[in-house]
Design a protein around this ligand. Structure first.
Ligand SMILES: N[C@@H](CCC(=O)N[C@@H](CS)C(=O)NCC(=O)O)C(=O)O
Length: 252
């Protein structure tokens, strides 16, 4: 059986989950909280980051490798990587990974690391209960670790905010001509990556694990999320979640 090792809240893991779900590929998800995931990803044959997918003949230690593998398993009418747009799709996915995934995650940590109990509830998914319990009790250590590993600070979050807003404006620029999807008329890995990686900013209700509503977020986080949700690119990400996240893609 395919096994996907994840950090449940991770939006890179969400990319992999979404791709597998969309192609109706069976898998077991093995969820672990941050730091605890190291044992699971390394044991699975991956590196220090999640997701890692183990399948019958190999190990894929990266969300983009997983999306590419999914495409190779099924002849989808709308593949994630259409052959005639490969370069463009890959370029957008790479940009979203670096310019949205990384700064969006930093904002999420900056805005939640002061709320240990709520945060652990939001990020836990179905990770083992002992992990949540240790995480909550050792939260000050986890907070220090997150700050050091990801460079979380108020100053960095401010820069991250400007970077994400700039990218949202750029995405809006693409969509202005009325196209249905980022590259035209078909959903691709670029759309999936944009919507999944925008999740910490737009908080989609259809995310792969239950998220708090915007009103349940700490006030300062909600004040950041609302303008992103109302931005045309944010509305686009929310629409993709609503219409595509739980859709099974037709095969040829
Ligand atoms: N390029 C990787 C990045 C994945 C990634 O950064 N995952 C984060 C979770 S959001 C992680 O596992 N971080 C753990 C760490 O860096 O210690 C992918 O797309 O799979």
């Amino acid at each position: 059986m395919n096994r996907l090792v994840t950090i449940p809240i991770s939006h890179y893991c969400e990319k992999a989950r979404w791709a597998l779900d969309r192609a109706a590929i069976d898998y077991i998800e093995d969820q672990h909280l941050q730091i605890f995931h190291y044992a699971a990803t390394l044991w699975a044959g991956g590196g220090v980051t999640a997701p890692v997918l183990t399948h019958a003949t190999g190990v894929l230690p990266d969300s983009n490798a997983i999306m590419r593998w999914v495409d190779a398993q099924r002849r989808l009418v709308a593949p994630l990587y259409p052959a005639d747009r490969l370069g463009e799709v890959e370029a957008w996915v790479h940009r979203f990974d670096e310019e949205l995934g990384v700064p969006g995650r930093l904002i999420m940590y900056q805005e939640t690391l002061s709320y240990p109990v709520e945060m652990v509830r939001w990020i836990a998914g179905s990770a083992p209960a002992y992990q949540s319990s240790i995480f909550t009790r050792g939260f000050s250590l986890a907070r220090r670790y997150a700050k050091a590993r990801l460079g979380v600070s108020a100053e960095a979050a401010k820069r991250a905010h400007a970077q994400c807003m700039g990218l949202f404006d750029e995405v809006h620029g693409l969509l202005k001509d009325g196209r249905l999807y980022l590259l035209g008329e078909a959903f691709t890995a670029a759309d999936l990556a944009f919507a999944a990686l925008a999740s910490p900013l737009v908080i989609p209700p259809q995310y792969g694990i239950p998220l708090p509503t915007v009103d349940e977020l700490p006030a300062s986080y909600a004040a950041i999320a609302r303008p992103f949700r109302e931005h045309p690119a944010g509305r686009y990400a929310l629409r993709l979640y609503e219409t595509e996240r739980h859709l099974r893609a037709p095969t040829c």
